[in-house]
Structure formats: structure tokens, C-alpha cells
Design a protein around this ligand. Structure first.
Ligand code: SDX
Length: 431
């Protein structure tokens, strides 16, 4: 980022302000409005932050027109094809691809933190068995500061580092425990001789009564899903984590706030909603009915897994996910998957439809992921927890970047007040 030699001149009433412009490595220039209120006594208004850069970051770049997603400069397609999730975690956290030794050390550190405090198992028992796993994750992750108080001091770089490793390492264990609890099966401990994705699958699907062999096809697909969801610039849940962190809240509380935000169906909850929608549509013949509903302004129905705030041509993750769905179902010998057929036909029809073209709506990362996760044996209620497991490293990387930023301040937006003007209290007998 550099001071651009350009400046923006803003004129209103008698005021004329020259605002500096900042030039990024990639993406649009930024008008620096930090002095706007102090010198101009006005606010800007941008409720959905559609035109607002909330921070400086070196972690992830998205070009919504080109459909480009870069983690520390590396294209997501290359990382999905050539890397693996823990290497991507290292890249997001430390900024560079690791040497072989650095990677081995990092993987060992994460592996050695995958178990959770045994007392946490009692925490789960407070939930009803039919609690949504995301409800459990919000609660358990938020409570982690009570189990790991020795890594909550955000001003201690060593404690920040330990908390980061603990979060990346323990989220799969917590998500798997939430799943096991919801189906009434015993918790399965992590196994240090399995890689990250394989470990997650064995914690979810193995039972004490018999040996469990991780299917390498599923493990590779799981790892790729983790990679595709790892970070995504200043999305709603990441912005929530940054805002929570700006108050000095401990890292576990910040990540819990990200889990809570991700749960919404407009965000990470869309993967569950998208598969449920595809199943509700049920057959290719019923697609036109739902396309019509999606276009009907009087109908709140939206095509779940479609559209994106930033991508306006295609979501590069959806492209990789669609290929992976074909591969996984084929390798598993699942033919004529009706849901996949409906998904592909829905995509084809929607992309040819003028409404969707005009609104720039197309499948996003959540449209195909559920088909793969269902083929792996996960219930739809586990789709968003899996997204949360993956995105934890992105939340942590962004939180660390914010904490280390010497310019960071507590986030405190203002407002456009449209309520009642000042008025005097009226005694109840006079109302
Ligand atoms: C994720 O931000 C990120 O990076 C998020 C994410 C990440 O990795 O962190 O990529 C993950 O959250 C992906 C998005 C998952 N959500 C869904 O699939 C839910 C369905 N999608 C929509 O709710 C919507 O597209 C959003 C929330 C994703 C984006 O909303 P925007 O950018 O605020 O767009 P909008 O709501 O202003 O919609 C623009 C127009 C509207 O019509 P008009 O009011 O202009 O007439 O497009 C329409 C909308 O009605 N529209 C849709 C639609 N999405 C938008 N119409 C039908 N179906 C849809 N899915």
C-alpha cells in the first residue's frame, strides 16, 4: 500500500476537502476519509459496507470481476490442486509457503494440540441432544477461554501464537464432538498418526466397536473443502471477528463471534440451506417453479448458494467444488445422484436466464459443497460447522494481523440518526 499522488476533492456547501488516496497492490484505489468528520463534520453512509475498506490487509485478495481469489498472492485453484490444508494454514498465518522443515514443525505443533481439555466433555452434556451443532460450537468455542486461560492475553505474542495453534488444532475436535453428541455416539479422540482431514473424518465416523479406515478419496475431498473455505477477505464473519478483537476481547471469544455470524443463511449457513433447497426442488421438472419464485419480488425465496457480494461473474471456489463433486461421486460409485442433477440443471437454467444475468447471480462456494458433504455421510446440520472449522484459520490470521497493526483502534461506526428530535418527558397522566 502506498500514498497515491492522487487526491480526492470533496465539495459540499462551503466546504472543500482534499482527501488523500491510497494505492493497493491490487484492486481499487482507496479514498482515505479518516479526517472527514474532524474537518468536514460529516459522516459517509454505507450500511452494507459495499464501498468501504474497513482495514488494510496482506492476507487475501479477491477480484470480483475476474473471479480471482488469492491467499497471500497464490491463486486458490493452484492451492486446491497442489497444496493441502495445513500448508495453506501456515501460508495464511505466516505469509509465506513453508520449507519442508517448517511445514513438518507446524504440523507437529497442530497435531499435539488436537485434544481438548477433558473437562470440556461435561460442557457438551448441558445441551439437548437435538441442539444444532452450530449452537454447540458457539457455546463451546466461547467457553474455551475458561479452559485455556493461559493463552488469552492478547498483548503477549507468545500467548497469541499458542491460542492460534490451539484454535486451528481443536476446532475439528470440537465440531466432531458436536456431531457425535447430536447422534448419541461416544466422543472419538483425535489420532496423532492421521493428517488433519483424515483425523476429522475418523473423529466423526469411527465408533469404538470396530476399526475404521479413512477413505483416501473422502480425506482428499475433505482437505480440499477445508482449503477452499479457509479465508475470504473481509466477509461478514471475519469482520465480526475483527470488530470483536478491536475491543481487546480474548481470541476464543472473537472466534466464537465469528462462528455465530457464519451461521446465518445469507453467509456460511447457505451450504445447509442450499442442499435443503435442492432436495425440496427434488426433480429437474420442478426447477422452473423455483426460478420463478426467486425472481418474484413478493416471494422471500432466494436461490440458496447463488449470488455473492463481491464475485460478479463466477466464484472460483464453486468451479473447483463442482469438479470435486463430480470426482467424489464418481469415485464413490454414486451414479445418477438426483440432487447433483438438479444442481447442474438449476445452474444451467439460471445462467441462461436474463434476470440472473442482469443481477449477476451464479453458484457460489456453498452451492455444490453440500452435495460432496452429503456423499461423505454428513447430515446437513454439519455443513456449516465444517465451514467454521475451515474458516477458523482465516479468522485467526485476520485477528492476528489486526492486533499487530499499530494503527488499529476499537471499531466504532457512527450512524445516520432518523429518530425523534430532542423532546421533554411527559408525565403519564398527561399522555
Ligand atoms: C458466503 O462475503 C463473502 O465472502 C461470503 C463467503 C465467504 O467465503 O465468506 O463467500 C461465503 O457467504 C457465500 C454467500 C452464501 N449465501 C447465499 O448463497 C445466500 C443466497 N445469496 C444471497 O442472499 C445474496 O446473494 C448474498 C447475501 C450472497 C449477497 O447479497 P448482496 O450482495 O447484498 O446482494 P443483494 O442482496 O443486494 O442482491 C442484489 C439483487 C437483489 O435484487 P434487487 O433488490 O436488486 O432487485 O440480487 C437479488 C436480490 O433480490 N438476489 C437474489 C439472490 N441473491 C441476490 N435473488 C435470488 N436468489 C439469490 N440467491
Amino acid at each position: 500500500m502506498s500514498e497515491s499522488n492522487k487526491a480526492a476533492n470533496l465539495k459540499f456547501g462551503e466546504t472543500s476537502l482534499d482527501l488523500p488516496m491510497l494505492s493497493p497492490t491490487a484492486g481499487p484505489d482507496v479514498i482515505d476519509i479518516r479526517k472527514l468528520y474532524a474537518e468536514g463534520r460529516v459522516f459517509t453512509f454505507d450500511p452494507g459496507f459495499t464501498s468501504t475498506a474497513s482495514c488494510k490487509s496482506k492476507i487475501t485478495f479477491i477480484d470480483g470481476i475476474k473471479g480471482e481469489l488469492l491467499y497471500r498472492g497464490y491463486p486458490i485453484e493452484q492451492l486446491a490442486a497442489k497444496s493441502h490444508y495445513l500448508e495453506v494454514c501456515y501460508l495464511l498465518l505466516y505469509g509465506e509457503l513453508p520449507s519442508a522443515q517448517e511445514l513438518e514443525d507446524f504440523e507437529t505443533r497442530v497435531t499435539n494440540h488436537t485434544m481438548v481439555h477433558e473437562q470440556m466433555t461435561y460442557f457438551f452434556r448441558g445441551f439437548r441432544r437435538d441442539a444444532h451443532p452450530m449452537a454447540i460450537m458457539v457455546g463451546v468455542v466461547g467457553a474455551m477461554s475458561a479452559f485455556y486461560p493461559d493463552s488469552t492475553d492478547i498483548n503477549d505474542p507468545m500467548q497469541r501464537e499458542i491460542a492460534s495453534i490451539r484454535m486451528v488444532a481443536k476446532m475439528p475436535t470440537i465440531a466432531a464432538m458436536a456431531y457425535k453428541y447430536s447422534i448419541g455416539q461416544p466422543f472419538v479422540y483425535p489420532s496423532n498418526d492421521l493428517d488433519y482431514a483424515a483425523n476429522f473424518l475418523q473423529m466423526c465416523f469411527s465408533v469404538p466397536a470396530e476399526d475404521y479406515e479413512v477413505n483416501p478419496i473422502l480425506s482428499r475431498a475433505m482437505d480440499r473443502i477445508f482449503t477452499l473455505h479457509a479465508d475470504h477477505e473481509q466477509n461478514a464473519s471475519t469482520s465480526t471477528v475483527r470488530l470483536a478483537g478491536s475491543s481487546g476481547a480474548n481470541p476464543f471469544a472473537c472466534i466464537a463471534s465469528g462462528v455465530a455470524c457464519l451461521w446465518g443463511p445469507a453467509h456460511g449457513g447457505a451450504n445447509q440451506a442450499a442442499l435443503e433447497m435442492l432436495k425440496e426442488i427434488g426433480s429437474v421438472e420442478r426447477i422452473p417453479e423455483y426460478i420463478a419464485r426467486a425472481k418474484d419480488k413478493s416471494d422471500p425465496f432466494r436461490l440458496m448458494g447463488f449470488g455473492h457480494r463481491v464475485y460478479k461473474n463466477f466464484d472460483p471456489r464453486a468451479t473447483v467444488m463442482k469438479q470435486s463433486a463430480d470426482e467424489v461421486l464418481d469415485l464413490l460409485g454414486i451414479e445418477d445422484n438426483e440432487t447433483l442433477k438438479v444442481a447442474k440443471e438449476l445452474e444451467r437454467i439460471a445462467l441462461e436466464d436474463e434476470y440472473f444475468q442482469q443481477k449477476k447471480l451464479f453458484p457460489n462456494v456453498d452451492f455444490y459443497s453440500g452435495i460432496i458433504l452429503e456423499a461423505m455421510g454428513f447430515p446437513t446440520s454439519m455443513f456449516t460447522p465444517i465451514f467454521a472449522v475451515s474458516r477458523t484459520v482465516g479468522w485467526i490470521a485476520q485477528w492476528k494481523e489486526m492486533i499487530a497493526d499499530p494503527e488499529q483502534k476499537i471499531g466504532r461506526p457512527r450512524q445516520l440518526y432518523i429518530g425523534a428530535a430532542k423532546r421533554d418527558y411527559i408525565d403519564v397522566e398527561n399522555r
